[in-house]
Design a protein around this ligand. Structure first.
Ligand code: 5RP
Length: 236
């Protein structure tokens, strides 16, 4: 197995052990989206089997169904979840994060917001150890009809290139599970205050959500390496 793949697997195994040994009761579990979460689903079957699962995307829901799970609940009916587990694309020293490579960040954030505890599983390439965000573009989900307004509005953020995310399997832009477009914002300088930047972007008409997950949405991050794991806790 290639290094990063092994690192993701190690993080998934550790997260599963951590949940089993530290949480007496998990009735409802929210699941994010992506390759690391799929590894978690594969290695943590005994935990998932008798829980209600709230998936954050069509992709995760279909994956679960294909694996034989029927204990799945739509986010619209889940007032809260006991634990939310997800991947991420960039994690800073302060545990601010960027998510959204898979385009599912709107529903992911919606479930993270209603979770009592949030645990993220990443391979080591995503943990920068820096006190700011800089590595990945910031995705924003936008209402299609407002596209020109958003493209104008993001100019107020400073030196940023806005790229409409295109679909590789059909002509035209990516359309999210919510029927919206995604614009990737490539900033030319680090984002020193992610929560402030998130609020600034959200004020632009037509922006539904950003891929910035400020650290208040993060309780634990399990970082996987090819030969070990490290558990990070917000505020520790
Ligand atoms: C999807 C996401 C994913 O959680 C993130 O991209 C990590 O994916 P992977 O585990 O495949 O590296 O934010 O919207």
């Amino acid at each position: 197995m290639e290094g990063l793949d092994q690192a993701k697997l190690n993080a998934a195994v550790k997260a599963c052990e951590f949940l089993k040994s530290n949480f007496n009761f998990i009735g409802i579990i929210g699941l994010g989206t992506g390759s690391t979460i799929k590894k978690f689903i594969n290695v943590c079957k005994d935990l998932l089997e008798n829980k209600i699962i709230v998936p954050s995307s069509f992709d995760t829901a279909i994956y679960l169904v294909n694996m034989g799970y029927s204990n799945i609940r739509d986010p619209i009916t889940a007032r809260s979840v006991d634990v939310y587990i997800d991947g991420a694309d960039e994690v800073s020293e302060k545990l601010d994060m960027v998510k959204g490579r898979g385009g599912a960040f709107l529903r992911e954030k919606s479930i993270a917001l209603r979770a009592k505890t949030r645990v993220y599983v990443i391979d080591h390439s995503k943990f920068t150890g820096k006190p700011y965000l800089y590595l990945k573009p910031i995705p924003i989900e936008v209402i299609p009809a407002a596209l020109p307004v958003v493209l104008d509005g993001v100019k107020s953020l400073g030196n940023v290139e806005a790229v409409l995310r295109m679909d590789s399997s059909k002509d035209g832009p990516v359309v999210t599970d919510n029927g919206n477009f995604i614009i990737d914002l490539r900033f030319t300088s680090p984002i020193l205050e992610p929560a402030v930047m998130h609020e600034r972007i959200k004020r632009i008409h037509g922006v539904v959500e950003t891929g910035i997950f400020p650290s208040f949405l993060v309780d634990y991050v399990v970082v996987g390496y090819p030969d070990k794991t490290v558990l990070l806790q917000r505020g520790a």
